[in-house]
Design a protein around this ligand. Sequence first.
Ligand code: COA
Ligand code: ZN
Length: 298
Amino acid sequence: MTKRVDIVEVGPRDGLQNDPADLSVSQKLEFIERLQDCGVKRMESGSFVSPKAVPKMAESAEVFAGIARREGVRHIGLALNEKGVRRAIDAGADEINFVMVAGEAFGQRNQGMSPQDSADELAQCAPLVHQAGLPLSASIAVAFGDPYDGLIAKGVVGGLAARAQRAGVAEVAIADTIGVADPWSVEALVDEVRLYAPDVYLRAHFHDTRNTGLANVAAAIRAEVDVIDASCGGIGGCPFAPKATGNIATEDVVYMLERAGFETGLDLSKLIETACWLERVLKHPVPSALLKAGAFPS
Ligand code: COA
Ligand code: ZN
């Protein structure tokens, strides 16, 4: 039996939020349209945060309003506070992804919150999302390490996942925001989070900052996490993480998984074409390996 792995495309949000290029709303919409053509069924299409903090996401409401919606495709709005959740719901997001934070120092810089504050804010926001009838997921940022505070105790991440479960969150993403995880720490953290929050579905989010991204995906799948975030072209990074680099590239993840016999439902050649298009509109090379090497067998 072929095992399915679902990929959440985060290029239009995590990918573009820190890119030096300033895409227009219509270019962002073309990116989203191309990703829909690739078969993407869930994508983070924008975030609803302070435009002063992340200017590249200031036009997310216009982006959501312009998306040519397709049956069965969910466009996720990212939010970090109540104002963001309300804006995302009003903009027509199909799902809300709320960001909790595992590190104190990064939390203050990224969102003006401690880990505890982010869990309290989520508890306050969850009923709004549920009343709107939308699915709610939560990402735990810097789950493997904080760029300022260093290592994060696994129990802190587990405790946040437990708070998310109590708030009625259906899916929790363990996010390696600064790309410091290794495959063994991925398996250990997944096991730990399952002890604290046995009822939530797990998702994994990796940045390839130290070349461990795809190995971490393999480890997450071995640990039976079957929803993976990835960004077309491998673009992205957090503006509040020094030396941040991109997410693992969607086409690289799809190639690895499909070579190994997994099914993703995504069209690899269209993803490569989209990464190629991205290089043209961003006007710089993107990290994707498949864009350089092509698929095999061709
Ligand atoms: N959307 C738009 N504006 C927002 C907002 C939101 N979700 N939340 C707050 N603001 C505005 C307030 O209205 C206020 O505006 P004003 O100065 O014109 O009065 C200002 O931002 C400050 O509000 P405050 O509640 O004090 O927020 P803050 O300054 O503590 O910032 C966040 C909190 C979360 C809004 C901010 O840190 C942020 O946007 N961070 C984004 C981080 C991010 O996206 N990282 C990458 C993804 S993880
Ligand atoms: Zn990220």
